[in-house]
Design a protein around this ligand. Sequence first.
Ligand code: FAD
Length: 288
Amino acid sequence: MIPGSFTYHRPKSLPEALALLADLGDDARPLAGGQSLIPLMKFRMATPANLIDLSAISDLKGIRVVGSDIVLGAMTTQYEMIGSDLMADKVPLMREAAGLVADPQVRYMGTVGGNAANGDPGNDMPAIMMALGAIYTLASKTGTRQVPARDFYKGLYYTALEPGEMITAINIPVPAKGHGYAYNKLKRKIGDYATAAAAVMLTLSGGKVASCAITLTNVADHALYAEEASRLVLGTEIDASAIKRAAAAAEDIATPAADNHGPVEYRKKMAGVMVARALARAKVRAAD
Ligand code: FAD
């Protein structure tokens, strides 16, 4: 349970960090909150020769409004997200989900950028970012580019990040006033990763669903945007049959592994159950 040896770098600016990432190549990993990376290093499942600690870079911190977006610095912690009145007011889904990540100690250190970049299907932020239509800003020594969260996840620990790139910020379009939202997470005990979880964002118009995004955590090798399930509730009043159809569509795309969270069939079923519960809660919370 002791990591291999590594060289520790603590750049004070983003250009300095990006230069280190570029120069050290595959031998280097950014270190954010360390709540996923350090355990992996202790088990020797990751053995980076260089750690680039991002904690002294002030440009990567903070939650602010820019135009019609809320912009989260990659080093914003889950704890800061939960404590933010701005998030509570404008993006309550984020606050709800952040409160379900791990336990207070992990949330105090763990960052939104680290959670989003990690590529572990058990992380909660990817599905939340997909539901919110978030856009990631990826920076390297040679420039920046923007990638929608829905296009970022490719497979198990496999994302759109290219060598030398890191997430610097996440833009969340401010959701419509009166939107409905919910994150339902089934877990075996407090502080656990999801057995299955579903996020819902929706708006109503004249009592019917005008827009809807449903996303799933930990029921495939990466977070899923349940496009067909989302489509199936459009124009409905989220009655029992619409919920049933959406839940079934979500189960259809779930391809969980059998692991200590349960067998495949159970976890697929739970994906549907989480969607059904999240839709019902989002409906109650939505104002027409
Ligand atoms: P780190 O551990 O520092 O980094 C994670 C990975 O991302 C590393 O590969 C690192 O190089 C890379 N990275 C970090 N920042 C960036 C960046 N800005 N750009 C590019 N790459 C970057 N998470 C959940 O979502 N839900 C849970 O229920 C949950 N339960 C947990 C329970 C325990 C006991 C523990 C220890 C962790 C748990 N986690 C859970 C993980 C936790 O939320 C981590 O904080 C999170 O996965 C990673 O964030 P971090 O800031 O700690 O990143």
